[in-house]
Ligand binder design. Structure first.
Ligand code: PMP
Length: 462
């Protein structure tokens, strides 16, 4: 399926080396014009010319397989022709409408609310914030504070929620936090159920949900030292943290604890949502239900900036205009999002993703088996992490190897990114409309990169 959505089903490197001459020129221009703050082109020095489906072309004419989708934004591929067609027909009406109603906005909201899982249907409303994932997180925190009259927030070690001050305050990366301090007060980081790197020092087999016991103590022990929280914000699958998928039952236990203690539950579905794991939301693989859901990235259909929260109707208590902003609701983004939701249903993307998930995991596990340095392969839907360690027993992180793999993949026509607590996890977030053949071709490049990089490690003097 989707064979003709791409430039080709394999990578094509036509320059002697990558980056090619034209990419190098644009990168040099960029350096002169844009702040040092730019980051992605440092890991993958490439300048893009065009893109199609799960492939991108650089300015030198090389074609790359894209296993990253603009960090999980282009869930339905680059320039998906059916979505493009719909938004080209977008009525010349209005591109910017503040938060006035428009036909496209009403249709978008109806489609999203009718796409909710059965147990959530009829129970939620939508609020738009600014256009980014961070904006959605800001709104969610504010709404929980308003509804509880409390300010403390519980978040998780290993979490990523964004870079604006509120979102950064609930993000655990010290590297990012220390540059911005002081952040909003009253945020406490709980241990996440990240099996392979269990913060309680257990491993998957022995685990008795010790981390849940820890959170229970924080919430219920009058001497915990933590004021009663307004909310707990959770990524049902940690994305940037390294694709950590909690053990079955964990999310439900944490949610039950929060409910019992009157703490609002926010699920951040900015990355793992919009069918990334095969379902609209990643929490649908569990029986847990949140009070507030954040969405962004894929909901803009074709990479257009759009973000929102879904809130339980009972929480809709705030005064009109409590959270305002100029760019609430990008009309074109809504048109694309509406088209994308219809595309997902028409093309039966949920089943397609669960089929390809199996192919991916089977191939990745085979690569893991042969590698001395892959500590764990994890994944759900189209969200995968391959964690590199120096030693499988000690689990000492091996970020240098992850970097080398990214470089070798790039040189051979595959774009992948790195994440993880120790920057030692190669992450895949391919478009959901990738063809099976492209998956296999991409994984072949990845496999060869592992073989070459491991040989290089073994041949280095101690
Ligand atoms: N939440 C999660 C789970 C994310 O992965 C991200 C971005 N990687 C954000 C929030 C922030 O989104 P944005 O970069 O659009 O602000």
């Amino acid at each position: 399926m989707f064979e003709d959505y791409h430039f080709s089903e394999n990578a094509k490197i036509i320059t002697e080396k990558v980056p090619g001459k034209k990419s190098l020129e644009l990168l040099a221009e960029q350096e002169k014009l844009e702040s040092r703050n730019r980051s992605y082109p440092r890991g993958i020095p490439i300048a893009f010319e065009s893109a199609k489906g799960a492939t991108v072309k650089d300015v030198d004419g090389n074609i790359f397989i894209d296993f990253f989708s603009g960090c999980g934004v282009l869930n339905l591929g680059h320039n998906n022709p059916e979505i493009l067609k719909d938004i080209k027909e977008f009525p010349d009406g209005i591109m910017h409408a503040l938060d006035f109603p428009t036909n496209v906005k009403i249709d978008f909201m109806k489609e999203l609310l009718s796409s909710l899982p059965e147990n959530l249907k009829g129970k939620y409303k939508i609020s738009f914030g600014g256009p980014t994932g961070s904006d959605a997180v800001e709104v969610a925190i504010k709404l929980a504070r308003i509804n509880t009259g409390r300010h403390t927030i519980l978040s998780f070690q290993g979490s990523y929620h964004g870079m604006t001050m509120g979102a950064l305050s609930v993000t655990s990366s010290i590297r990012h936090r220390e540059k911005a301090n002081p952040l909003i007060p009253g945020v406490h980081f709980m241990p996440y159920c990240s099996g392979y790197r269990c913060p309680m020092g257990m491993n998957n087999k022995k685990c008795n949900f010790e981390c849940v016991h820890f959170i229970k103590n924080v919430l219920e022990n009058p001497h915990s030292g933590v004021d009663k929280p307004a909310a707990i914000i959770i990524e049902p699958i940690q994305g940037e943290g390294g694709t950590y998928i909690p053990r079955d039952g964990w999310l439900g236990k944490v949610v039950d604890l929060a409910r019992k203690n009157g703490v609002m539950v926010i699920f951040d579905e900015v990355q793992a949502g919009f069918y990334r794991t095969g379902k609209l939301f990643s929490f649908q693989h569990t029986n847990a239900v949140p009070d507030i859901i954040t969405m962004s990235k894929g909901i803009g259909g074709i990479g257009l900036p759009l973000s929102l929260i879904l809130l339980r109707k009972e929480l809709d208590t705030w005064e009109p205009g409590t959270h305002i902003g100029t760019f609430r609701g990008n009309q074109l983004g809504m048109a694309a999002g509406l088209s994308a939701m219809k595309f997902v249903k028409r093309m039966n993307i949920e089943d397609y993703v669960s089929k390809l998930e199996k192919v991916f995991l089977r191939e990745l596990k085979a690569i893991e088996k042969k590698s001395k340095f892959i500590g764990e392969v994890r994944g759900r839907g189209m969200m995968f992490g391959v964690e590199y360690v120096k030693d499988k027993k000690t689990k000492e992180p091996f970020p240098e190897l992850a970097k080398e793999i990214r470089k070798l993949c790039y040189e051979n026509g595959l774009l992948v990114e790195i994440g993880g607590y120790y920057d030692n996890v190669v992450r895949f977030l391919p478009p959901l409309i990738i063809s099976e053949k492209i998956v296999r071709n991409g994984l072949n490049i990845f496999k060869n990169a592992n073989i070459t990089a491991s040989k290089n490690v073994n041949s280095k003097p101690e």
